[in-house]
Design a protein around this ligand. Structure first.
Ligand code: KG4
Ligand code: ZN
Length: 338
């Protein structure tokens, strides 16, 4: 079969990213403009600023990706773009750019679910083997997904309140560390001791999670200590919080891996960049003799390579969209029984 080159566009939050991926597993080029420095002073992403910044940058990033790839538009087989979930204004910029490219260069248009993209970041590491379990942990999602074939996503558990990324970011805010908080907590927790007593969330037989309790416990603890005039040991608090998160995520996910008797476990999403989470899963999977695949660090957080990789599998199924394709800020992963 002829090689297939998919150009992917990702603009669902605060990264303007364009990538070209060959045959779903070989990254030719990825160009990403991060807006983190712009949003840092506000302590989080400001949607209006994000969409304006995407609009200013998108054509520049597309041009850079094509130029660096040394490919021509004739070589590109399809345009894949994130259609949701994400920020409405930000998604619209990527989608309009993709439709324009599709129309001008006469290429099929593929609308990709951002969460499916996170999962397919793993296909840039190794070919996926089914059935598998994927733990999706990002700023907006915390889900255990079962897949028995490509593009079939069955949710077997998820958070009932906050996502794990949200919990990281809120804990970071209350201890005054800069946005985005996850990577800073990751670093601080390396040198701390788990000396703070925090509640273990949803310690039961379900595959669901709840992170609002532990998040509120951290917030209350910090406020109470401040009122008493006591100093918080940030490193110790980060270690205590992260240990609880790691324990909850690993115990439920490893139980699902065994119950569903899968060939491999994947991690996906921004929080899968967390070194403590990666190490603990590596240790447990080695012990249990289970194959673990984790995305490269650069593909954990938002990027267009994962959108192009997922787009390749949709291309094989001819899962194309026409120009009526719209964005869906609260799009879910859907499951097709085969
Ligand atoms: O997947 P992502 O880039 O965006 C969404 O689709 O939501 O995930 C962003 C989330 C943020 O909450 C960020 O704090 C978290 O991923 N994150 C981390 C780490 N790196 C990013 N959380 C914990 N440890 C990290 N090293
Ligand atoms: Zn994401």
């Amino acid at each position: 079969m002829k090689d297939v080159y998919i150009l992917g566009i990702e603009s669902s939050c605060d990264e303007t990213s364009v990538s070209i991926v060959k045959n779903g597993n070989e990254e030719i080029v990825t160009k990403t403009l991060s807006q983190i420095d712009i949003h840092k002073k506000f302590g989080g992403v400001v949607p209006e600023i994000a969409s304006r910044s995407h609009a200013e940058c998108i054509t520049i990033v597309i041009d850079e990706a094509i130029t660096e790839s040394k490919l021509s538009w004739d070589d590109i087989d399809a345009i894949a773009v994130t259609k949701g979930p994400g920020l409405a204004g930000s998604l619209l910029v990527g989608l309009e750019a993709a439709k324009t490219l599709s129309l001008c260069h006469n290429k099929p248009l593929i609308g990709v679910n951002h969460m499916a993209g996170h999962i397919y970041a793993n296909s840039l590491v190794d070919k996926m083997e089914f059935p598998l379990i994927c733990l999706v942990i990002s700023g907006g999602h915390t889900e255990i997904i079962y897949m028995n074939e490509d593009l079939s996503f069955k949710k077997i558990g998820g958070t009932l309140d906050d996502s794990v990324g949200e919990a990281f970011d809120k804990v970071a805010r209350v201890i005054d560390v800069p946005y985005p908080g996850g990577p800073v907590i990751d670093k601080l927790s390396k040198t701390g001791k788990p000396s703070y007593n925090l509640p273990v969330p949803m310690d039961n037989d379900s595959y669901n999670f709840s992170f609002s309790g532990v998040k509120s416990a951290v917030i209350n603890l910090v406020h109470n200590e401040k009122q008493r005039g006591n100093e918080i040991n940030k490193e110790d608090l980060c270690t205590s919080f992260e240990n609880i998160v790691i324990e909850t995520l690993t115990s439920k996910t490893m139980r699902a891996v065994k119950e569903y008797n899968v060939k491999e476990l994947l991690l996906a999403g921004g929080v899968s960049a967390n070194s403590g989470i990666r190490e603990k899963f590596k240790e447990l999977c080695e012990k249990e003799n289970i194959k673990l695949v984790v995305p490269k660090l650069a593909y954990c957080t938002d990027n267009a390579a994962m959108i192009a990789a997922c787009g390749y599998y949709m291309f094989l199924k001819k899962d194309f969209s026409d120009y009526s394709l719209g964005i869906n800020p609260s799009l879910c992963l859907d499951y097709k029984e085969s």
